[in-house]
Write a protein that binds this ligand. Sequence first.
Ligand code: HEM
Length: 372
Amino acid sequence: MDSAAAGIRNGLFLLEPMPKEIPEMPEPQAICNDVSRSAIFIVATVNGGAEEAATVRSWCGDVAALVRSVGTRAPAGKLSCVCAFASDAWDRLFGAPRPAQLHPFRDIGVGERQALGTPGDFLLHIRADHMDLCFELATQLLGALGDAVTVVDEVHGFRYFDMRDMVGFVDGTENPTGRIADKFTLITDQDPEFAGGSYVIVQKYLHDMEGWNALSVETQERIIGRKKLSDVELDASVKPSRSHSSLTTITDENGDEVKIVRDNMPFGRLGAAEFGTYFIGYARSPSPIEQMLENMFIGRPPGNYDRLLDFSRAVTGGLFFVPSAEMLESLADRDAPAVAAVESKPDTAPTDEPRHQGSLNIGSLKGIPQHE
Ligand code: HEM
Protein backbone atom coordinates (compact mmCIF):
# COMPACT_ATOMS: atom_id res chain seq x y z
CA MET A 1 0.00 0.00 0.00
CA ASP A 2 1.50 3.38 -0.91
CA SER A 3 1.48 6.22 1.58
CA ALA A 4 -1.35 8.08 -0.17
CA ALA A 5 -3.59 5.03 -0.02
CA ALA A 6 -2.62 4.18 3.53
CA GLY A 7 -2.75 7.69 4.94
CA ILE A 8 -0.10 8.65 7.43
CA ARG A 9 0.26 8.31 11.12
CA ASN A 10 -0.42 11.58 12.84
CA GLY A 11 0.65 10.76 16.39
CA LEU A 12 -0.73 7.29 17.06
CA PHE A 13 -3.68 7.35 14.73
CA LEU A 14 -3.99 6.69 11.03
CA LEU A 15 -5.63 9.67 9.37
CA GLU A 16 -6.80 8.62 5.93
CA PRO A 17 -6.80 11.02 2.99
CA MET A 18 -10.22 12.52 2.25
CA PRO A 19 -12.17 11.40 -0.83
CA LYS A 20 -12.20 14.05 -3.58
CA GLU A 21 -15.92 13.57 -4.28
CA ILE A 22 -18.69 11.89 -2.37
CA PRO A 23 -19.98 9.07 -4.57
CA GLU A 24 -23.58 7.88 -4.62
CA MET A 25 -24.26 6.14 -1.35
CA PRO A 26 -27.11 4.86 0.81
CA GLU A 27 -29.05 7.51 2.71
CA PRO A 28 -27.24 8.29 5.98
CA GLN A 29 -28.99 8.68 9.32
CA ALA A 30 -29.60 12.26 10.53
CA ILE A 31 -25.97 13.01 11.42
CA CYS A 32 -25.32 16.47 9.97
CA ASN A 33 -28.54 18.10 11.14
CA ASP A 34 -29.33 21.74 11.67
CA VAL A 35 -28.72 22.84 15.25
CA SER A 36 -31.58 21.92 17.60
CA ARG A 37 -32.61 23.43 20.94
CA SER A 38 -32.93 20.10 22.81
CA ALA A 39 -31.42 16.62 22.80
CA ILE A 40 -31.59 13.34 24.68
CA PHE A 41 -28.57 11.05 24.74
CA ILE A 42 -29.26 7.47 25.77
CA VAL A 43 -26.62 4.77 26.20
CA ALA A 44 -28.03 1.32 26.89
CA THR A 45 -26.89 -2.27 27.19
CA VAL A 46 -28.67 -5.26 25.68
CA ASN A 47 -29.71 -7.75 28.33
CA GLY A 48 -29.03 -11.46 28.50
CA GLY A 49 -29.63 -13.86 25.71
CA ALA A 50 -30.80 -14.66 22.23
CA GLU A 51 -34.36 -13.47 22.75
CA GLU A 52 -33.26 -9.98 23.80
CA ALA A 53 -30.80 -9.81 20.90
CA ALA A 54 -33.59 -10.78 18.51
CA THR A 55 -35.82 -8.04 19.92
CA VAL A 56 -33.13 -5.42 19.29
CA ARG A 57 -32.46 -6.67 15.76
CA SER A 58 -36.13 -6.57 14.97
CA TRP A 59 -36.51 -3.08 16.51
CA CYS A 60 -33.88 -1.75 14.08
CA GLY A 61 -36.53 -2.11 11.37
CA ASP A 62 -38.97 0.04 13.36
CA VAL A 63 -36.83 3.03 14.35
CA ALA A 64 -37.47 5.14 11.23
CA ALA A 65 -41.22 4.58 11.43
CA LEU A 66 -41.30 5.66 15.08
CA VAL A 67 -39.39 8.86 14.24
CA ARG A 68 -41.98 9.55 11.51
CA SER A 69 -44.90 8.82 13.85
CA VAL A 70 -43.70 11.26 16.50
CA GLY A 71 -42.11 13.85 14.21
CA THR A 72 -44.99 14.24 11.79
CA ARG A 73 -47.18 15.50 14.62
CA ALA A 74 -44.93 18.60 14.92
CA PRO A 75 -43.03 19.05 11.65
CA ALA A 76 -41.55 22.40 12.72
CA GLY A 77 -39.91 20.65 15.70
CA LYS A 78 -37.22 19.04 13.48
CA LEU A 79 -37.21 15.72 15.33
CA SER A 80 -34.44 13.30 14.42
CA CYS A 81 -32.71 10.27 15.84
CA VAL A 82 -29.34 8.62 15.26
CA CYS A 83 -28.92 5.05 16.39
CA ALA A 84 -25.43 3.52 16.72
CA PHE A 85 -23.85 0.29 18.01
CA ALA A 86 -20.68 -0.47 19.98
CA SER A 87 -18.09 -3.01 18.85
CA ASP A 88 -18.91 -5.99 21.09
CA ALA A 89 -22.63 -5.43 20.66
CA TRP A 90 -22.27 -5.44 16.89
CA ASP A 91 -20.66 -8.88 17.06
CA ARG A 92 -23.26 -10.20 19.48
CA LEU A 93 -26.28 -8.78 17.65
CA PHE A 94 -25.30 -8.85 13.99
CA GLY A 95 -22.00 -10.74 13.51
CA ALA A 96 -20.15 -10.55 10.19
CA PRO A 97 -19.73 -8.50 8.14
CA ARG A 98 -18.66 -5.80 10.58
CA PRO A 99 -17.54 -2.17 10.04
CA ALA A 100 -13.79 -2.15 9.37
CA GLN A 101 -12.80 0.42 11.99
CA LEU A 102 -15.24 -0.44 14.77
CA HIS A 103 -13.40 -1.26 18.00
CA PRO A 104 -14.00 -0.74 21.72
CA PHE A 105 -13.39 2.80 23.04
CA ARG A 106 -9.63 3.30 23.41
CA ASP A 107 -8.69 4.55 26.86
CA ILE A 108 -6.43 7.58 26.57
CA GLY A 109 -4.85 9.60 29.35
CA VAL A 110 -2.17 10.19 31.90
CA GLY A 111 -2.38 10.56 35.69
CA GLU A 112 -5.69 12.07 36.72
CA ARG A 113 -6.59 13.07 33.15
CA GLN A 114 -8.31 10.01 31.74
CA ALA A 115 -10.70 9.42 28.86
CA LEU A 116 -12.05 5.99 29.73
CA GLY A 117 -14.55 3.71 28.03
CA THR A 118 -17.69 2.91 30.04
CA PRO A 119 -20.40 0.25 29.43
CA GLY A 120 -22.81 0.73 26.54
CA ASP A 121 -24.03 -1.42 23.65
CA PHE A 122 -25.91 1.23 21.72
CA LEU A 123 -26.44 4.97 21.58
CA LEU A 124 -29.53 7.00 20.77
CA HIS A 125 -28.93 10.64 19.85
CA ILE A 126 -32.36 12.25 19.72
CA ARG A 127 -32.66 15.90 18.68
CA ALA A 128 -35.53 18.36 18.28
CA ASP A 129 -36.35 21.97 18.97
CA HIS A 130 -38.69 20.93 21.78
CA MET A 131 -37.92 18.56 24.63
CA ASP A 132 -41.43 17.07 24.51
CA LEU A 133 -40.67 15.66 21.05
CA CYS A 134 -37.36 14.17 22.23
CA PHE A 135 -39.01 12.73 25.30
CA GLU A 136 -41.92 11.20 23.39
CA LEU A 137 -39.61 9.58 20.84
CA ALA A 138 -37.31 8.22 23.57
CA THR A 139 -40.39 6.80 25.33
CA GLN A 140 -41.59 5.10 22.14
CA LEU A 141 -38.16 3.73 21.21
CA LEU A 142 -37.41 2.35 24.67
CA GLY A 143 -40.98 1.11 25.08
CA ALA A 144 -40.59 -0.97 21.93
CA LEU A 145 -37.43 -2.52 23.36
CA GLY A 146 -39.06 -3.34 26.71
CA ASP A 147 -37.03 -5.57 29.01
CA ALA A 148 -34.52 -6.37 26.29
CA VAL A 149 -32.32 -3.42 27.26
CA THR A 150 -31.10 -1.49 30.30
CA VAL A 151 -30.44 2.24 30.10
CA VAL A 152 -27.02 2.89 31.66
CA ASP A 153 -26.79 6.61 30.96
CA GLU A 154 -29.43 9.18 30.04
CA VAL A 155 -28.71 12.88 29.55
CA HIS A 156 -31.26 15.56 28.70
CA GLY A 157 -29.39 18.42 27.05
CA PHE A 158 -30.54 21.96 26.39
CA ARG A 159 -29.23 24.74 24.16
CA TYR A 160 -27.85 27.49 26.37
CA PHE A 161 -28.63 30.97 25.04
CA ASP A 162 -26.60 31.75 21.89
CA MET A 163 -25.06 28.28 21.46
CA ARG A 164 -23.05 28.51 24.69
CA ASP A 165 -21.75 25.42 26.43
CA MET A 166 -21.78 25.07 30.20
CA VAL A 167 -18.43 26.89 30.50
CA GLY A 168 -19.98 29.92 28.80
CA PHE A 169 -18.32 29.78 25.35
CA VAL A 170 -20.05 29.50 21.98
CA ASP A 171 -19.65 25.84 20.97
CA GLY A 172 -19.86 24.50 17.42
CA THR A 173 -18.46 27.47 15.50
CA GLU A 174 -15.88 25.51 13.52
CA ASN A 175 -18.24 22.68 12.59
CA PRO A 176 -18.22 21.91 8.88
CA THR A 177 -21.64 22.14 7.19
CA GLY A 178 -23.41 20.83 4.09
CA ARG A 179 -21.41 18.69 1.67
CA ILE A 180 -18.18 19.39 3.53
CA ALA A 181 -19.73 17.93 6.68
CA ASP A 182 -20.78 14.83 4.70
CA LYS A 183 -17.23 14.49 3.39
CA PHE A 184 -15.78 14.43 6.89
CA THR A 185 -18.42 12.20 8.47
CA LEU A 186 -19.61 9.60 5.97
CA ILE A 187 -17.90 6.34 5.09
CA THR A 188 -17.36 6.01 1.35
CA ASP A 189 -15.13 3.63 -0.58
CA GLN A 190 -12.76 3.03 2.34
CA ASP A 191 -15.35 0.46 3.54
CA PRO A 192 -17.86 0.11 0.68
CA GLU A 193 -20.15 -2.37 2.40
CA PHE A 194 -20.76 0.23 5.12
CA ALA A 195 -20.96 3.32 2.88
CA GLY A 196 -23.27 6.01 4.22
CA GLY A 197 -22.35 4.96 7.76
CA SER A 198 -20.28 6.91 10.27
CA TYR A 199 -18.54 6.64 13.65
CA VAL A 200 -19.50 8.55 16.76
CA ILE A 201 -17.69 9.11 20.05
CA VAL A 202 -19.51 10.40 23.13
CA GLN A 203 -18.23 11.54 26.52
CA LYS A 204 -20.10 13.04 29.42
CA TYR A 205 -18.03 15.80 31.04
CA LEU A 206 -18.68 17.29 34.50
CA HIS A 207 -17.27 20.75 35.21
CA ASP A 208 -15.80 22.29 38.33
CA MET A 209 -17.74 25.52 37.83
CA GLU A 210 -16.42 27.13 40.98
CA GLY A 211 -12.84 26.68 39.82
CA TRP A 212 -13.66 27.74 36.25
CA ASN A 213 -15.56 30.85 37.29
CA ALA A 214 -12.69 31.87 39.58
CA LEU A 215 -10.49 32.32 36.47
CA SER A 216 -10.39 35.67 34.72
CA VAL A 217 -12.22 35.83 31.39
CA GLU A 218 -8.83 36.41 29.69
CA THR A 219 -7.46 33.17 31.18
CA GLN A 220 -10.58 31.27 30.09
CA GLU A 221 -10.18 32.70 26.58
CA ARG A 222 -6.57 31.49 26.40
CA ILE A 223 -7.73 28.01 27.50
CA ILE A 224 -10.41 27.81 24.80
CA GLY A 225 -8.58 29.84 22.12
CA ARG A 226 -11.49 32.20 21.36
CA LYS A 227 -13.02 35.38 22.77
CA LYS A 228 -15.81 34.62 25.24
CA LEU A 229 -18.30 37.31 24.27
CA SER A 230 -17.71 37.68 20.55
CA ASP A 231 -16.59 34.06 19.80
CA VAL A 232 -13.79 35.45 17.61
CA GLU A 233 -10.70 33.22 17.44
CA LEU A 234 -7.65 34.56 19.28
CA ASP A 235 -4.96 35.89 17.00
CA ALA A 236 -2.24 33.33 16.24
CA SER A 237 0.32 35.58 17.96
CA VAL A 238 -1.44 35.24 21.33
CA LYS A 239 -3.29 31.93 21.04
CA PRO A 240 -1.43 29.29 23.11
CA SER A 241 -0.49 26.01 21.42
CA ARG A 242 -2.20 24.25 24.33
CA SER A 243 -5.53 26.02 23.81
CA HIS A 244 -8.50 23.69 23.27
CA SER A 245 -8.99 24.94 19.74
CA SER A 246 -5.29 24.47 18.85
CA LEU A 247 -5.10 20.94 20.25
CA THR A 248 -8.26 19.84 18.45
CA THR A 249 -7.06 21.21 15.11
CA ILE A 250 -5.39 18.37 13.22
CA THR A 251 -4.16 17.94 9.65
CA ASP A 252 -3.56 15.10 7.21
CA GLU A 253 -0.40 14.36 5.24
CA ASN A 254 -1.13 17.20 2.80
CA GLY A 255 -1.49 19.68 5.63
CA ASP A 256 -5.26 19.83 5.07
CA GLU A 257 -7.37 20.15 8.18
CA VAL A 258 -9.32 17.03 9.22
CA LYS A 259 -12.62 18.05 10.78
CA ILE A 260 -15.33 16.31 12.73
CA VAL A 261 -18.98 17.23 13.29
CA ARG A 262 -19.86 17.99 16.94
CA ASP A 263 -23.16 18.71 18.62
CA ASN A 264 -22.25 19.19 22.28
CA MET A 265 -25.05 19.98 24.70
CA PRO A 266 -25.03 21.47 28.20
CA PHE A 267 -26.93 19.61 30.91
CA GLY A 268 -27.20 19.86 34.67
CA ARG A 269 -28.98 19.20 37.95
CA LEU A 270 -28.80 22.04 40.40
CA GLY A 271 -29.67 19.98 43.49
CA ALA A 272 -26.79 17.64 42.74
CA ALA A 273 -24.43 20.51 41.86
CA GLU A 274 -23.99 18.86 38.47
CA PHE A 275 -22.89 21.07 35.58
CA GLY A 276 -21.94 19.27 32.40
CA THR A 277 -21.22 19.21 28.71
CA TYR A 278 -22.18 16.14 26.71
CA PHE A 279 -19.57 15.81 23.97
CA ILE A 280 -20.63 14.07 20.76
CA GLY A 281 -18.43 13.90 17.66
CA TYR A 282 -19.09 12.21 14.31
CA ALA A 283 -16.39 11.28 11.78
CA ARG A 284 -15.84 8.85 8.90
CA SER A 285 -13.26 7.02 11.02
CA PRO A 286 -12.68 7.00 14.79
CA SER A 287 -9.04 8.09 14.24
CA PRO A 288 -9.43 11.89 14.05
CA ILE A 289 -11.45 12.02 17.27
CA GLU A 290 -9.00 9.66 18.97
CA GLN A 291 -6.16 11.89 17.82
CA MET A 292 -7.91 14.95 19.27
CA LEU A 293 -8.45 13.12 22.56
CA GLU A 294 -4.80 12.21 22.68
CA ASN A 295 -3.82 15.83 22.06
CA MET A 296 -6.20 17.00 24.79
CA PHE A 297 -5.45 14.39 27.45
CA ILE A 298 -1.77 13.56 26.87
CA GLY A 299 -0.76 16.73 25.06
CA ARG A 300 0.84 17.83 21.80
CA PRO A 301 3.72 17.45 22.50
CA PRO A 302 3.13 15.27 25.58
CA GLY A 303 2.65 17.47 28.65
CA ASN A 304 1.22 20.35 26.59
CA TYR A 305 -2.30 19.22 27.44
CA ASP A 306 -5.72 20.91 27.34
CA ARG A 307 -6.22 23.09 30.47
CA LEU A 308 -9.99 22.74 30.01
CA LEU A 309 -9.43 19.30 31.54
CA ASP A 310 -8.25 20.87 34.80
CA PHE A 311 -11.89 21.97 35.19
CA SER A 312 -13.69 19.18 33.28
CA ARG A 313 -13.74 15.44 34.01
CA ALA A 314 -14.89 12.82 31.49
CA VAL A 315 -17.10 10.37 33.39
CA THR A 316 -18.28 8.26 30.43
CA GLY A 317 -16.82 7.26 27.07
CA GLY A 318 -18.14 5.27 24.12
CA LEU A 319 -17.37 4.61 20.48
CA PHE A 320 -20.20 3.47 18.23
CA PHE A 321 -20.82 2.73 14.56
CA VAL A 322 -23.73 4.54 12.90
CA PRO A 323 -25.16 2.40 10.08
CA SER A 324 -26.75 4.19 7.10
CA ALA A 325 -30.53 4.60 7.41
CA GLU A 326 -30.97 1.83 4.85
CA MET A 327 -28.63 -0.54 6.68
CA LEU A 328 -30.25 0.18 10.07
CA GLU A 329 -33.58 -0.93 8.64
CA SER A 330 -32.10 -4.02 7.03
CA LEU A 331 -30.37 -5.12 10.25
CA ALA A 332 -33.82 -6.40 11.27
CA ASP A 333 -33.43 -9.13 8.67
CA ARG A 334 -30.03 -10.34 9.82
CA ASP A 335 -29.84 -13.85 11.29
CA ALA A 336 -28.53 -14.27 14.83
CA PRO A 337 -24.75 -14.75 14.86
CA ALA A 338 -24.20 -18.44 15.66
CA VAL A 339 -21.95 -17.94 18.71
CA ALA A 340 -24.23 -15.50 20.54
CA ALA A 341 -27.30 -17.64 20.06
CA VAL A 342 -25.60 -20.85 21.15
CA GLU A 343 -23.99 -19.22 24.19
CA SER A 344 -27.23 -17.88 25.60
CA LYS A 345 -29.72 -20.56 24.54
CA PRO A 346 -27.92 -23.91 24.31
CA ASP A 347 -31.08 -25.84 23.52
CA THR A 348 -32.05 -23.62 20.56
CA ALA A 349 -30.43 -23.84 17.18
CA PRO A 350 -29.64 -20.34 15.83
CA THR A 351 -31.71 -20.91 12.70
CA ASP A 352 -34.87 -21.53 14.79
CA GLU A 353 -34.84 -18.02 16.20
CA PRO A 354 -37.76 -15.83 15.11
CA ARG A 355 -36.29 -12.72 13.56
CA HIS A 356 -39.00 -10.23 14.46
CA GLN A 357 -39.97 -11.46 17.88
CA GLY A 358 -41.11 -8.73 20.28
CA SER A 359 -41.23 -6.00 17.65
CA LEU A 360 -43.88 -3.58 16.60
CA ASN A 361 -43.14 -4.72 13.06
CA ILE A 362 -43.98 -1.37 11.60
CA GLY A 363 -42.36 0.60 8.89
CA SER A 364 -39.96 -1.97 7.49
CA LEU A 365 -38.96 -1.18 3.92
CA LYS A 366 -38.77 -4.81 3.12
CA GLY A 367 -41.91 -6.01 4.87
CA ILE A 368 -42.03 -8.54 7.66
CA PRO A 369 -40.15 -11.78 7.07
CA GLN A 370 -42.21 -14.91 7.58
CA HIS A 371 -41.17 -17.18 10.43
CA GLU A 372 -40.70 -20.84 9.94
C1 HEM B 1 -15.56 19.61 28.16
C2 HEM B 1 -15.91 19.32 26.95
C3 HEM B 1 -15.76 20.28 25.81
C4 HEM B 1 -16.11 21.59 25.75
C5 HEM B 1 -16.77 22.43 26.82
C6 HEM B 1 -15.72 22.06 24.44
C7 HEM B 1 -15.89 23.36 23.99
C8 HEM B 1 -15.41 23.85 22.79
C9 HEM B 1 -15.49 25.23 22.37
C10 HEM B 1 -16.09 26.35 23.18
C11 HEM B 1 -14.94 25.32 21.15
C12 HEM B 1 -14.74 26.58 20.29
C13 HEM B 1 -15.85 26.85 19.33
C14 HEM B 1 -16.03 25.81 18.25
O1 HEM B 1 -15.36 25.83 17.22
O2 HEM B 1 -16.86 24.95 18.44
C15 HEM B 1 -14.53 23.99 20.78
C16 HEM B 1 -13.93 23.67 19.60
C17 HEM B 1 -13.61 22.40 19.22
N1 HEM B 1 -13.69 21.26 19.99
FE1 HEM B 1 -14.36 21.17 21.89
N2 HEM B 1 -15.16 21.03 23.74
C18 HEM B 1 -15.15 19.93 24.54
C19 HEM B 1 -14.65 18.69 24.24
C20 HEM B 1 -14.13 18.34 23.02
C21 HEM B 1 -13.65 17.05 22.67
C22 HEM B 1 -13.63 15.84 23.61
C23 HEM B 1 -13.25 17.10 21.37
C24 HEM B 1 -12.68 16.04 20.48
C25 HEM B 1 -12.22 14.88 20.89
C26 HEM B 1 -13.47 18.45 20.91
C27 HEM B 1 -13.21 18.90 19.64
C28 HEM B 1 -13.29 20.20 19.23
C29 HEM B 1 -12.95 20.66 17.89
C30 HEM B 1 -12.52 19.81 16.71
C31 HEM B 1 -13.13 22.04 17.89
C32 HEM B 1 -12.89 23.02 16.72
C33 HEM B 1 -11.46 23.46 16.76
C34 HEM B 1 -11.18 24.50 15.68
O3 HEM B 1 -11.28 24.14 14.51
O4 HEM B 1 -10.91 25.64 16.06
N3 HEM B 1 -14.00 19.17 21.94
N4 HEM B 1 -14.83 23.12 21.79
